[in-house]
Design a protein around this ligand. Structure first.
Ligand code: ASP
Length: 327
């Protein structure tokens, strides 16, 4: 069945231990996902472009400190925030991305700026921050992006001596039980790169992804999210995809474009192409993560090989659905 309108989003994939999640925590995630979905879907219902829908949904998630993007971004090894984002228009494969930005309040807006106001696709580090400033995008001091618990996560990751996928909780020690009133200040509840994909009334697809990357990453490390074809991709003839997971694996597997190619060259359905890439290719090599995807007919796929993935979706034929675990 054709879905004229479709929107799906994620708030990150990883080891989301159900036993450690309180009802209040889960509720807060569900509300944040629902709010973002409603903002994006309202754009589609009003006849707006998929590009605006994914940008608006991602901005909402960037502003929410529960997720690892914009406010709430994780720390680099040296104690800074370096954020990556990308957006792509399925109509013409126009794309824009930023990497390693430190001051832009909403990195997804900077990515769109690169797409619409420069002749480039990917801008990194101070030059990307400067472009955003020149065009009047809101910027913030480091304090805006600082959260104590992200900082605590960094200290844990340094002690563990590893780079940590933000969504994955340290398994060694149980997370403290948190009173509902303390929410959202507990670090174990803050997870997730964010992303969205959409199909609009005119059959146009778009994808957007935004992240703080991985906790304890080396400064200047860039993940898959801002790399077109790896973490983000959109083409009206096949699909739109936004990924979340261990970026180095997604980069090497060129995940988003690989799914598009399986559809284009082998004629596979979106669901089958997603299954092959996420479960048959990524999982066996330890590429933990997942993605949200929509095809030209508005079908949605939300595959992940991790314990969970924060996700929400809605189409013109199916009501809002929100998920966290493998249900
Ligand atoms: N894919 C992101 C990165 O590697 C991380 C994530 O999805 O949480 O930067």
């Amino acid at each position: 069945m054709m879905n004229e309108l479709a929107l799906a989003l994620h708030g990150g994939a990883g080891t989301i231990a159900r036993a450690r999640m309180t009802a209040a925590q889960e509720q807060a995630y569900r509300e944040a996902l629902q709010a973002a979905l409603e903002i994006g879907y309202a754009v589609l219902e009003a006849g707006g472009p998929a590009l605006d829908a994914v940008e608006m949904a991602v901005r909402s998630l960037e502003d929410c400190p529960l997720f690892n993007a914009g406010r709430g971004a994780v720390f680099t090894h040296d104690g800074h925030h370096e954020m990556d984002a990308a957006i792509m228009d399925g109509r013409n494969r126009a794309a824009g991305a930023v990497a390693g930005v430190r001051t832009v309040q909403n990195p997804i807006q900077a990515a769109r700026l690169v797409m619409e106001h420069t002749e480039h696709v990917l801008l990194a580090w101070p030059g990307a921050d400067e472009l955003a400033k020149e065009h009047g995008l809101p910027t913030q001091p480091a304090a805006y992006f600082f959260t104590q618990h992200r900082y605590d996560q960094l200290q844990e990751a340094i002690l563990e001596g590893r780079v940590r996928l933000d969504h994955s909780q340290a398994v060694k020690e149980p997370a403290p039980l948190v009173e509902p009133g303390a929410f959202p200040e507990d670090p174990k509840k803050k997870m997730g790169t964010v992303g969205a994909v959409a199909r609009d009334r005119h059959g146009n697809l778009a994808a957007a992804t935004s992240t703080g990357g991985m906790t304890n990453k080396r400064y200047s490390r860039i993940g898959d999210s801002p790399v077109i074809g790896a973490g983000t991709f959109a083409d009206n003839t096949t699909c739109a995809i936004s990924c979340t997971g261990h970026g180095e694996f997604f980069l090497r597997a060129v995940v988003a474009h690989d799914i598009s190619c399986l559809m284009e060259y082998r004629g596979l359905s979106l669901a089958e192409a997603c299954r092959i890439v996420v479960h048959d290719k990524l999982a066996p090599v330890g590429g933990e993560g997942g993605l949200v995807a929509v095809d030209a007919a508005g079908n949605i796929s939300l595959p992940f090989n991790s314990e969970g993935m924060y996700r929400a979706s809605r189409t013109s034929n199916s009501p809002l659905q929100i998920g966290i675990y493998a249900e």
